[in-house]
Design a protein around this ligand. Structure first.
Ligand code: ATP
Length: 524
């Protein structure tokens, strides 16, 4: 049931039960007022008086909007409420965003007295507020949370908005586009959604690609969040060499992420954990997924989440994850997850709690946020991260093999030297670059491209390119023990992200295997 309908059902039952105080918590006052108006408009309540007070408009009859008096003060409205609750039965007075109701104060005690008066005559004091309500007051009644519209409600809203503009501007959106737009709009208020849609319509047409304008516009609304950074992805980040198994796996997940899962009992994919050798494309994969799937990319900076004070880190992580739910659909990139969640020296237990909090969210959140977490130092990671049911898969990103190096070299040669490499040079570079990471290959070819830029095409001779490769010292040679350590761990425990290796010998150890999917190669 959509959230609005659910809230309406609860509010109806509270009004019918004559609960003396009803707290309606929301950041969308207009939507909450619509809810209360609908409830007051039900034929069963035709004879019951409903009043509403706001600072701007003073006291009014909720149904007719007729002003009650000239006095716009809160005190005047409270006196009026007291008179109603004493003088007649079943009166309802709604206060919209009154003074601070969150703590024990003379004002909230005054409201409690009003609630008792209401109780004595089957009246109802309703408070619409975006802050928590003092427990002393709440104990006398019930609260209701009106959350932001969900995808289903957004869908209805968009359909009705577009319906109003049919014949006015050309509208290309299909049912699927509208569903996708609704997903993008989850997390914004009803009013913000209408503004965003109106901006699109004001262009003079509603085109299919406009769905993605919504994602960008939503980004501006959530532009300034602690711990979450919006990462701009360049067109070049789409291009990845090798990692064929990971790419094929991601293509399947994309279909699931974009498909309509209502009524299937299935949950959208949650994410992937990429561990492995530095410089081999883990971070690049996060960017490529965002670019290829056309979803905004946010980086969760665990270092800035970690606070100095007790409870601070947990609070910040909670805020950040709640925000991710609001900004989804998106790709959430957690770079070097081990740095934020590693458990060593955790005398205060903060890291353990953060891990638990993060995993709970990963498992329970049904937002369409796809997490790409990357890690180099896998040994320090808490083992619960690897358990099934958390990340959808754990991939090991190794140094590129011969075929992958060929693809990466050809790709960067084309990018920096502006032509395809001659075949014999490509063969030579592939065999010279055993042990190179993708980053080493990119850096060597960048040097070649720089030479071409400064000295001209003639300077880029095959001999110069080979020399550049020969002079490159890959990380795997500068720190062989560390790399071997990472590889030994990953081969045994994770699915290889690169070209599927031949089946292991019977009885041999071999890493976890994933079946290659059709259509290996190309984008995600
Ligand atoms: P680290 O753990 O050090 O961050 P990483 O695995 O995340 O390493 P990336 O940041 O993705 O490595 O790679 C660094 C750069 O190397 C990329 O920006 C890209 O230019 C190049 N690169 C690495 N692997 C690949 C690849 N498979 N295809 C294309 N480029 C690659």
């Amino acid at each position: 049931m959509p959230l609005f309908a659910e809230a309406r059902r609860d509010l109806d039952s509270y009004i019918a039960a004559r609960i003396p105080v009803v707290g309606l918590r929301t950041i969308e006052q207009p939507r909450a007022m619509r809810l209360v108006r609908e409830a007051a408009g039900s034929p069963a309540r035709a004879g019951l008086p409903f009043w509403v007070y706001t600072r701007a408009t003073g006291l009014r009859d909720l149904r007719t909007n007729a002003p009650v008096n000239e006095d716009r003060s809160l005190t005047g409205a409270m006196e009026f409420a007291a008179a109603q609750f004493t003088g007649r039965a079943q009166a309802t007075v709604v206060f919209v965003d009154p003074d601070d109701v969150s703590g024990d104060s003379p004002f909230t005690r005054h409201l409690s007295e009003l609630a008792r008066l209401a109780d004595s005559n089957s009246g109802c004091l309703m408070l619409i507020t975006d802050t928590p309500i003092w427990t002393g007051l709440l104990r006398l009644g019930m609260t209701l949370q009106l959350d932001l519209p969900d995808a289903e409600e957004m869908y209805t809203q968009i359909t009705s908005f577009l319906g109003d503009h049919h014949g006015v501007v050309p509208i290309e959106w299909t049912e699927q586009d509208t569903r996708r737009a609704a997903e993008f709009l989850v997390g914004v208020t009803e009013a913000e959604a209408v503004n965003l849609l109106a901006t699109i319509v004001a262009k003079g047409s509603v085109k299919r690609e406009d769905v993605h304008l919504l994602a960008r516009a939503k980004d501006r609304i959530f532009g300034d969040l602690a711990g979450l950074e919006r990462v701009q992805v360049k067109e070049a980040d789409r291009q990845i060499g090798g990692l064929a198994t990971l790419r094929a796996w991601l293509r399947n997940k994309r279909e699931l992420l974009e498909s309509d899962l209502r009524g299937t009992g299935l949950r959208p994919p949650r994410g992937v954990l990429l561990v492995g050798v530095p410089g081999c494309g883990k971070s690049l994969s996060a960017k490529a997924i965002s670019a290829e799937w056309r979803l905004p990319l946010y980086r969760l900076d665990l270092a800035s989440i970690l606070g100095k004070y007790v409870g601070e880190s947990e609070g910040r992580l909670k805020d950040a994850l709640e925000t991710v739910d609001r900004i989804s659909p998106c790709v959430l990139w957690i770079d070097e997850i081990e740095k934020g969640l590693a458990g060593q020296n955790d005398s205060t237990g903060v890291n353990r709690r953060l891990v638990g909090q993060f995993l709970f969210w990963l498992q329970e959140s049904d937002s369409r946020s796809f997490v790409v977490a990357t890690a180099n130092d896998v040994r320090s990671l808490p083992p619960e991260l690897f358990r099934k049911g958390r990340f959808d898969e754990l991939f090991f990103v190794d140094l590129p093999d011969e075929a992958d190096r060929r693809e990466i070299i050809a790709m960067y040669y084309q990018r920096y030297v502006k032509v395809a490499p001659p075949q014999d040079l490509l063969d030579a570079l592939v065999s010279m670059s055993e042990g190179f990471a993708g980053a080493d290959l990119e850096s060597a070819l960048h040097d070649v491209g720089a030479m071409r830029h400064i000295r001209g095409e003639a300077a880029v001779t095959p001999a110069f390119v080979r020399d550049t490769f020969a002079n490159t010292m890959p990380l795997s040679r500068t720190n062989p023990e560390q790399i071997e350590d990472i590889r030994a761990w990953g081969r045994d425990r994770a699915v290889p992200a690169g070209t599927p290796a031949p089946a292991p010998e019977p009885g041999g150890r071999g890493g976890r295997r994933i079946l290659p999917q059709p259509g290996v190669g190309g984008g995600f």
